[in-house]
Design a protein around this ligand. Structure first.
Ligand code: AKB
Length: 325
């Protein structure tokens, strides 16, 4: 692990909650400073937490020097479905937030925390939303055309280019993954196109029926949260010379339709009932790949997921049954 402590932005979000917990297990509670613009009791109780707005450069710089931060996991963002409802705000948060964080890695007078406080490692999640309808649908390659249809996707394409630019020009060690839809049960998703998978599992676990906002046959790449956390930690632990892709790595774990997922859930909850009412999220999903080729991540830093659809559904339903006993 690099020098200094770890700061997470957007720590109250779906990935942030689980990443903070895992980083605290590994590095110790006090070394991981969770921050978000929103309060979340659970995080505050679990360890150091501060309210922080990533658009406030001074506040961000102050937190980095105050806590002797060496690594930032910059997760604060507006996702695809919510982004279409507030395009200006999404662009501002997703772009300016990233640029504010990237500046904290600079070793010169443009670092708002001072060059002596430059952070040595930055993680930033990109997304399959960088791809648009002209990319190969099946096993979308690492180097595909990037012509997204959403403002979230545009911000991720631009963000990838900023990461590569800061690495090339200023030597900032920023690393990134193109996450597919993330599925967990410990934290709530917020405003994404792929959130349906979490909602469907929650409905099944609670004995409820579910109305899906995607069409029954809309296939998307997805990943269990344990694998998403593992991918971030593995990439961040990789020796610098192995991290060849400085825009963002394709990563993949499974690929399924809502109908596939309902079928696997019914192995455990036989009378689970789903109907379909596709809305604007289905059109976003239709512009994204069905499956992703993550050969480059496998080759460069040994990426390998642990969970497929069957294992993930069983694990989540078992855990939720245990917690309701
Ligand atoms: C979303 O649906 O917006 C996100 C993503 C795929 O980046 N989960």
């Amino acid at each position: 692990m690099s020098k200094g402590n770890i700061l997470i932005t957007g720590s109250a979000g779906q990935l942030g909650v689980e990443l903070a917990a895992r980083l605290r297990e590994i590095h110790g509670t006090e070394r991981v400073i969770a921050t978000d613009i929103r309060e979340r009791n659970r995080i505050e109780e679990a360890g150091p937490f501060e309210i922080l707005d990533v658009l406030d450069r001074e506040q961000l710089a102050g937190a980095v020097s105050k806590h002797n931060i060496g690594t930032i996991y910059h997760l604060a963002a507006i996702l695809s479905a919510n982004g279409e409802k507030q395009i200006g705000k999404t662009w501002q948060l997703n772009m300016d937030g990233l640029l504010n964080v990237l500046d904290l890695g600079r070793n010169d007078e443009n670092n708002p925390a001072g060059s002596q406080n430059a952070v040595s490692h930055i993680f930033w999640p990109s997304s399959i939303a960088v791809f648009g309808p002209d990319a190969d649908r099946e096993m979308t390659p690492q180097n595909s055309p990037l012509n997204p249809t959403t403002v979230y996707g545009i911000s991720k394409v631009a963000g990838e280019q900023w990461c590569a630019y800061y690495h090339r020009r200023f030597g900032v060690d920023v690393r990134s993954l193109r996450y597919p839809g993330l599925i967990g049960y410990k934290s709530e998703p917020g405003g994404g196109t792929t959130d349906y998978a979490v909602d469907m599992l929650q409905a099944a676990a609670g004995g409820n029926a579910y109305t899906c906002p995607l069409g029954s046959h809309t296939r998307l790449p997805m990943m269990y949260m344990d694998d998403a956390v593992k991918a971030a930690l593995d990439l961040m632990a990789a020796p610098e010379e192995l991290v060849d892709v400085r825009t963002s790595y394709n990563v993949s774990a499974m690929s399924f339709t809502p109908d596939d997922m309902a079928g696997v859930i019914r192995r455990h909850v036989p009378d689970f009932d789903v109907d379909y009412a596709p809305d604007s999220r289905d059109a976003i999903a239709a512009s994204w790949p069905d499956s992703i080729d993550d050969g480059k991540a496998r080759q460069d830093w040994n990426w390998k997921p642990d969970f497929d659809l069957g294992a993930m559904v069983k694990h989540i339903l078992d855990q939720q049954a245990l917690s309701s006993e």
